[in-house]
Design a protein around this ligand. Structure first.
Ligand code: PNS
Length: 171
């Protein structure tokens, strides 16, 4: 068994928020390698394509102090299959509230059933990001609100361009 410990940080990331970045950095301090894994979900069309999300995460993470331990990828199918393909020992998920715990617990139990060797590790969201979600960020940005401080600057500018593009296409 490898002594290097890899964690998967999975999600939709549509788009990456500062809450995600905080959790990715904290995961990178706990493990030797973190793979930020974007779900390719054929049933859910996002604002950003999966390729756009992977590119944004890569561009943001490259400038983090922990960048040498962070990679980004996309996956489809079962998370535990992807985790096993990466030699990961853990899946890390952030918890903002009891609601998150209710949503996460059955997934963690199912993943433990499917792959007993892969642990789910819950990290509490930092207080300043406890209200933050990708859907709220999209709603605020779409309605003309300021998302500075909620998402990395690169994401804010891609969000603005995406929303302007969508408006242009409608008019
Ligand atoms: O950011 P999200 O949308 O809350 O992330 C959810 C995600 C990607 C972690 C979850 O939907 C997932 O792991 N999907 C992969 C499919 C899977 O493995 N299902 C069985 C686990 S219960």
């Amino acid at each position: 068994m490898s002594s290097s410990r890899t964690a998967i940080f999975p999600g939709s990331f549509d788009p990456l928020t500062n809450g995600h970045v905080d959790l990715i950095r904290r995961t990178a301090r706990l493990f030797d390698r973190v793979v930020v894994a974007v779900l390719k979900n054929p049933d859910k069309r996002g604002l950003f394509s999966v390729d756009e999300r992977v590119a944004m995460i890569g561009e943001v993470c490259i400038s983090l102090p922990e960048s040498d331990r962070i990679t980004t990828d996309a996956f489809e199918g079962l998370l535990v299959h992807f985790a096993a393909s990466q030699g990961a020992c853990a899946v890390v998920r952030g918890l903002r509230s009891g609601l998150d715990l209710d949503y996460e617990s059955p997934m963690a139990s199912m993943n433990a059933h499917l792959a007993p060797d892969i642990e789910t590790v819950f990290l509490p969201a930092s207080n300043r990001y406890a209200h933050l979600s990708s859907s709220l960020v999209k709603e605020v940005a779409t309605l003309g609100g300021n998302v500075d401080g909620l998402v990395p600057p690169l994401v804010a500018s891609r969000l603005a361009a995406k929303i302007a593009g969508a408006r242009g296409a409608r008019s």
